[in-house]
Design a protein around this ligand. Structure first.
Ligand code: SAM
Length: 684
């Protein structure tokens, strides 16, 4: 079937996204190729194979760093050089799983793709008519590609997309190939002038591309750092095979948006040397005076810097609106007005964790080239024979739209102690680079100094600490943070929210939604399903009689228990934790559903199907869903709301969930990332 007439009619991506439809090869000789389930989680890793690979490289110590952080992109291995005697004792089992995860998900996807191709090739009457299938990594559920498919439908129009698909299926048009012929790719891509007509969830500008000799566009181009309304000159360098999207680099803003206009205002207390001042002047001349980062336009981190903060908040509100409209699959009448975005008290210097990456010189992992077979090996040898370019170590973040790492000496959204420590950590890596076998990630965590060892319980009344913060880089070390009247400790490499400044208002929002404790003595219960080191469970303990936190990471659970103990106080509910998978908790939960609130704060991929169906069966009175991926959040909520309505239709004693409120919280100021917070309620 071709695309539906409008994006609103698409079923939620839990079933099949518009991208899946776009990517579906045409039926040939009556054989319909299977649809690729984009929203399915990759198959779990294969530890034994990965263990063998890890054992082959004993010179470094690797541990898994929990990167539930939309701003720092993987790699997720923290790799540090180790002394010879330390290497023997290294427990790298967690690394093994992490390394395996990447390998296994790639393999699984390509084997799925080859099955798909095999199915299609059964009716291989016309090989040339098959659109090319993406190889390698599966698109992330609710990621930029799934969202991009909706942008294509919105801006090209559903009818035009249907027409493009029809021509592809009936006449064998290969739109990607045609785009490559028309506009070129890579360094040979063409430079074109386009008017920006929209923007995507990543804050990139979007324009249409019309091939020569035609009046109608065949694709969109996404242009990082361009704003709607602007006339821009763009270098086209890549054309997506699965949907009608190309990518361009912004060369010049020919007609800048009024939204960039502002007076220069330096960040309070920032000391800017001449080199930085010169770079800042350059980026401000191109992108506008609000920009504070000298790497703006290169680094993929903070796309919203040219905009006034109020506009950033409004854009995130719109990202949540679009997520619910496109990904929930719900009728508009079931989606509430999206509330104003919760502002971050700190808009710069707020990040308490930074994870810059680096690669190693090619000679350090030359063994990899030897494993390549056939033509690739010959090409590698030929490349090796060429005169060597001098290798420059770059330590920082990925360049927007490229795999290259931009060298970063300061990050203006990170706290001061992190920026101060970054200088020394960069030096250490550079002087020690020969000890690394592969690229890695440096961990920098802002923390209060260690708690005195004799402090076993929080003093009452609690006084916020005035101790100077420090930066730690050992992922096994303990970090300590205050959030409102509570104090949390945990292992540096484990997950903790990265913007401490906004957490009190985020928690207040949840507390307001939960409401005051009943005065009639009725008990209330809380399950914090993805608890980490207990942030929600402990912070909400005043409002419930019993609280149960569940977490898959054993180290975090250990800290959650200690945190509950330390923050224990009169009038607080009894807090317990258990390690395990959220999807396995419901068999043991004894709380009465009508008096229970469930907090869900899952990883970016959202909740597992099993968890959602058990949650539905448990039928709690209230669900608080917090997420760093508003698209998977909207998908899961849409599923819960529609399935609970179905259940209620069959059994009138059951009541359906309704979405009481939804909004973004700006945990990631200056970036396109939006944290979603939604409250679901069921009448009891
Ligand atoms: C986004 S973090 C939220 C942590 C915590 N709520 C906080 O705000 O600090 C998600 C947490 O879910 C945990 N997690 C991931 N998959 C899980 C699963 N299947 N069951 C239970 N916990 C899981 C991760 O280890 C991580 O601590």
């Amino acid at each position: 079937m071709l695309l539906a007439r409008s994006a609103r009619r698409f079923v939620p991506s839990r079933c099949a996204s518009p991208l899946a439809r776009m990517a579906t090869p045409p039926a040939t000789n009556g054989v319909q190729a299977p649809k690729r389930a984009l929203s399915k989680s990759p198959t779990p890793p294969q530890p034994p194979a990965a263990a063998a690979a890890a054992a082959a490289s004993p010179a470094t110590k690797k541990v898994k760093l929990t990167v539930e952080d939309p701003v720092s992109v993987p790699p997720i291995l923290v790799e540090t050089p180790v002394e010879a005697n330390e290497a023997k004792n290294d427990d790298s089992s967690s690394t093994v799983a992490a390394a395996g995860a990447t390998a296994a998900s790639t393999t699984t996807d390509s084997s799925a793709a080859s099955k798909e191709n095999a199915a299609t090739s059964e009716g291989k009457a016309n090989k040339a008519r098959k659109p090319r299938q993406r190889k390698g990594k599966a698109p992330k559920p609710g990621g930029v590609e799934e969202a991009g498919a909706f942008d294509v439908i919105e801006l090209l129009g559903a009818e035009r997309v249907e027409e493009l698909q029809r021509l592809q299926e009936e006449e064998g048009r290969d739109w990607t190939k045609e785009a490559e012929q028309e506009w070129g790719k890579g360094p040979d891509g063409k430079d074109v002038e386009v008017r920006v007509v929209g923007s995507n969830d990543h804050g990139d500008g979007l324009a249409t591309l019309t091939p020569s000799g035609s009046d109608l566009p065949t694709r969109l181009v996404s242009i990082p750092f361009a704003l709607p309304g602007e006339l821009v000159r763009v270098h086209l360098h890549r054309h997506e095979p699965d949907y009608y999207m190309s990518h361009g680099d912004l060369l010049e803003i020919l007609e800048p948006s009024e939204r960039r206009k502002a007076e220069v205002e330096e960040l309070p207390g920032r000391v800017v040397d001449d080199k930085t001042a010169a770079k800042l002047a350059e980026v401000r001349a191109k992108y506008g005076n609000r920009v504070q980062c000298q790497y703006f336009g290169e680094c993929s981190g903070c796309q919203y810097q040219p905009l006034a903060y109020e506009e950033q908040l409004e854009m995130k509100r719109d990202v949540v609106r679009r997520a619910f409209a496109n990904f929930s699959g719900l009728d508009a009448s079931l989606i509430p007005d999206i509330g104003p975005t919760l502002a971050s008290p700190l808009q710069y210097a707020y990040r308490t964790k930074l994870t810059p990456h680096f690669q190693v010189p090619p000679s350090a992992n030359s063994g990899r080239n030897k494993k390549k077979k056939g033509k690739q090996a010959v090409e590698s040898e030929a490349a090796a024979a060429e005169p060597k370019k001098e290798w420059e170590i770059t330590i920082g973040f990925e360049q927007k739209g490229r795999k290259r790492i931009v060298d970063i000496e300061e990050c203006v959204i990170a706290t001061k102690v992190i920026n101060d420590a970054l200088v020394g950590e960069r030096e250490k890596v550079k002087s020690n680079i020969a000890a690394y076998k592969r690229g890695a990630t440096i961990l920098l965590r802002d923390t209060l100094p260690p708690r005195p060892t004799d402090a076993v319980a929080k003093a009452t009344p609690y006084v916020p600490s005035e101790e100077p913060h420090v930066c730690i880089t050992d992922h096994h070390a303990t970090v300590r943070e205050q959030v409102g009247p509570n104090e949390f400790e945990q292992q540096a490499g484990s997950f903790f929210q990265n913007n401490n400044s906004i957490l009190p208002s985020l928690l207040d929002y949840v507390k307001d939604a939960v409401g005051p404790r009943p005065t009639d003595g009725q008990k209330r219960y809380l399950v914090d399903a993805y608890t980490g080191s207990g942030l929600f469970a402990i912070s909400l303990a005043d409002m419930f009689d019993r609280i149960e936190g569940v977490e898959i990471d054993k180290a975090s659970i250990k800290w959650a228990k200690r945190n509950a103990e330390y923050n224990r106080a009169e009038g607080r509910g009894e807090v317990g934790f258990r390690d395990g998978k959220a999807e396995e908790i419901f068999k043991d939960i004894e709380f009465p559903a009508d008096q229970t609130t469930i907090v869900i704060d899952p990883p970016r991929k959202g909740c597992d199907d099993l968890f959602l169906s058990q949650l539905l069966a448990f039928n709690p009175a209230t669900v608080v869903y917090v997420s760093c991926n508003v698209r998977t959040q909207a998908r899961d909520i849409g599923w819960l709301v529609s399935r609970s309505a179905e259940a209620a239709a069959q059994d009138p004693s059951k009541k359906a969930f309704r979405i009481e409120s939804a909004r973004a919280a700006d945990l990631f100021a200056q970036t396109h990332h939006a944290e979603g917070v939604a409250i679901l309620r069921r009448d009891v």
